[in-house]
Design a binder for this molecule. Sequence first.
Ligand code: CA
Length: 289
Amino acid sequence: MNKSGVEDVELALEIRCALGESPVWDPRSDELVWVDIRSGHVHWWTPRAPTARSLQVGNTVSAIAPRRAGGYVLGTRSGFAVLDSAGSFALMAEVEADRPVNRMNDGKVDPRGRFWAGTMAETDEPGAGSLYRLDLDGSVARVVDGVTISNGLGWSPDSTTMYYVDSLAHSLDAFDFVVETGEVRQRRVLAEVPSAMGLPDGLTVDEQGYIWVALHSGGAVHRYSPDGRLDTRIELPVALVTSCTFAGPEYKDLYITTAVDPERDEHLAGSVFVHRPRVSGMPGPLCES
Ligand code: CA
């Protein structure tokens, strides 16, 4: 038995993130980068180092991705933002300024380098959020509306399908994706996620095109086939499993972020875990905006 207390997953880094989210590998520094939404921290960690280094950015930060021009693109309470390589924060494009109860949530870079992030009402008001695309020229397009909790995003290895989770829709959805323009069409449910299994949250896609979905309140990660079949279930020792990403120089390790549920006595909640499947992930594109 390893330190995580379960079989398929190891404790990678013991840390108490209130709401750890949006893990992404930064190939420029060989670090895992993720955020703690509630406390507004960005964390960086080199696998096997004893601790992470952290920065509080002064805004709710819900998603992060490395940026070609240096530093990172962020999803924040106020909209899309940039954290430059010196650690200074600047808002890039405001989103939903007329809805103070809304904040951005999960985000991801598409195969062409556009950054996508959605919103949610902190009251979980049904349909109050949307999914946005930050285009290469810095303009923002609202792509999907009527979203309740905008969450995981990912693309098939051939870039023709976009995967998407609105957590309170209780499903993993798919769209046809047009890589040249960033348009999406033909939304459909790929896999239903029964509420007894938790809420679908962050996701990542492996090199075989299978989709790994974190289950918030479900204490697990599910791997679905491209046609929506549940292929593998990985159990974690904490309930609030928020997101996952392939990381490490060869993208062989699946790192999993978690959150603290104040109602549960889980001493590893908020920590980062690692699962080593027999399949690798794919390098994430840098944000070109
Ligand atoms: Ca999330």
